[in-house]
Design a protein around this ligand. Structure first.
Ligand code: PHE
Length: 335
């Protein structure tokens, strides 16, 4: 009869559950009282009675446990008893990495495999590390190649125009050989448009040892673009000028969008420029206390935005800094 009573009970709320516990399971409850009756049961029927009582006790306890579980579940979700616990949960939105970070990480990992390590330096720099040490003395016309933001408080300080300052700082440490890549943000006073911004990101590289040659430079960069863009990519070098390298070159890759047939990205030439490079000027080595008779080296520098635009076919540089989630959510790689 008690079993039927329990089965018919529908405790709702913590108070009625507690009432149930006291009535059936408490120290003065029905279960205890029934067990106390055992002493009045004839010896030959004790076994049978004990089994029935035990069965009832377990039944009553299980009821209590399951009601309690249902009650706490309902409390957590804020509903009383009509919560549908079988509904799927709310999905947690996952963020995605910025495309510039993705491509930077990919570039760094390729050079790490070649034995380069990553080095970083300050974005606010003094004139010497950004210009003079790189063979760009004051009033050198090549300073105009990079429109510079100077700090009002002290015109000897500026926002670095390239990450070459990190190369200088690394060479000054005097530990040779050097094999580094230097990722970071750089600043130039340019009008903001689809193709230019007042800040962007670079990865530069520097390798200095005995007997480093232009052939090493070419093979390193060829390996790099094949890893980044695929085995079919072609490269070509055009002579160029940088005060800190001699000889200097710009490197183009074959246009991956039109395969040389001609499109807007390569302006119908079949080639796109992706980086500047050259053999480190002996004067730069000497400026940093490195013996230029003993050591040679190569350096290169590339803009991450430009490479990202090529890789993902993005046509406007401003997208990178507008933080439009519809743009950012499209990049799902886990690199
Ligand atoms: N520092 C150059 C720039 O920012 C890139 C570069 C680096 C060129 C190293 C040659 C060698 O434009």
């Amino acid at each position: 009869a008690y079993k039927e009573e329990i089965a018919a009970l529908q405790p709702n709320g913590a108070a009625s559950l507690e009432e149930y516990r006291i009535r059936f399971l408490g120290t003065k409850g029905i279960v205890k009282a029934l067990f106390a009756e055992m002493k009045n049961v004839p010896a030959d029927r004790k076994k049978e009675f004990g089994a029935i009582l035990n069965d009832f006790k377990v039944f009553a306890e299980e009821r209590y446990d399951s009601w309690k579980a249902a009650l706490s579940g309902a409390e957590e979700s804020g509903a009383a008893s009509d919560t549908d616990l079988t509904l799927p949960g709310d999905p947690l939105p996952l963020g995605s990495r910025h495309p510039i970070s993705l491509v930077r990480n990919e570039i760094l990992s390729i050079f790490r495999r070649l034995g380069f390590s990553v080095s970083e330096g300050p974005e606010i720099e003094d004139d010497w590390h950004n210009f003079s040490a790189l063979n760009l003395p004051e009033n050198h016309p090549a300073r105009d190649m990079q429109d510079t933001f100077y700090l009002n408080q002290n015109p000897d300080w500026l926002l670095r125009t390239h990450t070459s300052n990190v190369q200088i700082r690394e060479m000054q440490k005097g530990k040779l050989p050097i094999r580094i890549v230097t990722p970071g943000r750089v600043y130039r006073n340019e009008t903001i448009s689809a193709r230019a911004h007042c800040f962007f990101h670079q990865v530069e590289g520097l390798y200095i040892d005995e007997h480093v040659s232009f052939a090493d430079l070419k093979q390193t960069l060829y390996f790099f673009v094949q890893e980044l863009f695929g085995r079919d990519v072609k490269i070509r070098f055009r002579p160029s000028y940088f005060p800190f390298t001699e000889p200097s070159a710009e490197m183009d890759i074959s246009c991956l969008l039109c395969n040389g047939k001609g499109c807007n990205v390569c302006k119908h030439t079949g080639w796109v420029e992706i980086l500047g490079c050259g053999m480190v000027h002996p004067q730069v080595l000497e400026n940093c206390g490195i013996d230029s008779n003993k050591y040679t080296g190569f350096a290169f520098g590339m803009g991450i935005e430009r490479i990202t635009m090529l890789k993902y076919q993005i046509n406007d540089l401003r997208l990178f800094s507008e933080n439009d989630v519809r743009f950012l959510q499209q990049f799902t790689s886990s690199l």
